[in-house]
Design a protein around this ligand. Structure first.
Ligand code: PGA
Length: 253
C-alpha cells in the first residue's frame, strides 16, 4: 500500500478545503493507494465530516509534545482524534526553520503520537548548504537517531524524505538520488528498530516539488513508498493525476 499525503500548509481556508473535497470526492481512487488530506487545524473538523463514507484519510500538520495542559495555542493528540485524524506530520522543515523546532521536540511529539495511537509522518531532509558541504548523510542520520530516541514500537512509521532545497522550488531531487536517500534512511532506522521491523513497519515517502509530470519517474524507483505533496496537492485534478501515477502497477516494490 502506497501513501500519498496532501500537505495543504497554510494555503486553504475552511471554505477552500471543502471546495477541494467536493471536487475531489468524485474521483475513483485506485486500489493499493492510501490518500491522506492534511488541511489546517481549523479545517480538520469539517474536512473530517466531509471524508465520511470515503476511503480518504485525514491528517494533521502538527501536534504538541504534551498530552494536556497550559500550552496556549497548541493542539493535543486527543483533540486531533476527535476530528478523525489518523496521520500527523511532524518535523516539517518549515517548522524546523520558522519555529526553530529541534530533533528533541520532534522526538517528544512522536512519542506523544504513538502513545495516542496516531501515525506520525516524520519529515527529514538536508538544506542546500548541508548538501553542498557533504553533510547530507550526517544530518539525516542525526534527525532519525534523535527523532526516534527511546522509541520502541511495532506500529507503522512513515518517514518523509524531503530535501529542504526541493520544497516549493520546482526543483525536485533526481529520482535515483531520492531512492538512494530512502535506502540510507532505512539503514539509519534499522540501527534503531532492527532490519525485520523496518521492512515490516517503515514506509519511506518522498516530498519536494512532486507534480503530475514527475511522479511516474519517482514511482519507478525502488523503495519509494509514496509522496508528501505540497503545491501540487492544491489542485484536485493535478493531485488525482499524481495518485493515478502511483498505482501499484507503476511501482517497482
Ligand atoms: P512542495 O511541498 O510539494 O510544494 O514542494 C512539499 C512539502 O513541503 O511537504
Amino acid at each position: 500500500m502506497r501513501i500519498i499525503i496532501a500537505n495543504w500548509k497554510m494555503k486553504f481556508t475552511i471554505k477552500e478545503s471543502l471546495n477541494f473535497l467536493r471536487r475531489f470526492k468524485k474521483q475513483k481512487l485506485p486500489f493499493g493507494v492510501e490518500v491522506v488530506l492534511a488541511p489546517s487545524f481549523i479545517s480538520l473538523k469539517e474536512v473530517g465530516e466531509g471524508l465520511k463514507k470515503t476511503s480518504l484519510k485525514l491528517g494533521a500538520q502538527d501536534v504538541f509534545w504534551q498530552e494536556k495542559g497550559a500550552f496556549t495555542g497548541e493542539i493535543s493528540p486527543e483533540m486531533l482524534k476527535e476530528t478523525r485524524v489518523e496521520y500527523v506530520i511532524v518535523g516539517h522543515s518549515e517548522r524546523r526553520q520558522w519555529l526553530k523546532e529541534t530533533d528533541e521536540m520532534i522526538n517528544a511529539k512522536i512519542v506523544n503520537l504513538l502513545k495516542n495511537d496516531l501515525m506520525p509522518v516524520v519529515c527529514v531532509g538536508e538544506t542546500w548548504q548541508e548538501k553542498n558541504e557533504n553533510l547530507t548523510e550526517k544530518v539525516i542520520c542525526r534527525q532519525i537517531k534523535v527523532g526516534f530516541r527511546n522509541i520502541k514500537t511495532d506500529k507503522t512509521l512513515v518517514i518523509a524524505y524531503e530535501p529542504v532545497w526541493a520544497i516549493g522550488t520546482g526543483r525536485p531531487a533526481f529520482p535515483e538520488d531520492a531512492a538512494q536517500m530512502h535506502q540510507l534512511i532505512r539503514k539509519c532506522l534499522e540501527k534503531i528498530f532492527g532490519r525485520e521491523a523496518v521492512k515490516k513497519n517503515a514506509r519511506v515517502i518522498y516530498g519536494g516539488s512532486v507534480n503530475a509530470q514527475n511522479t511516474a519517474a519517482f514511482a519507478k524507483e525502488e523503495g519509494i513508498d509514496g509522496f508528501l505533496v505540497g503545491g501540487a496537492s492544491l489542485d484536485p485534478e493535478e493531485f488525482y493525476k499524481i495518485i493515478k501515477a502511483c498505482q501499484s502497477k507503476n511501482f517497482k516494490k
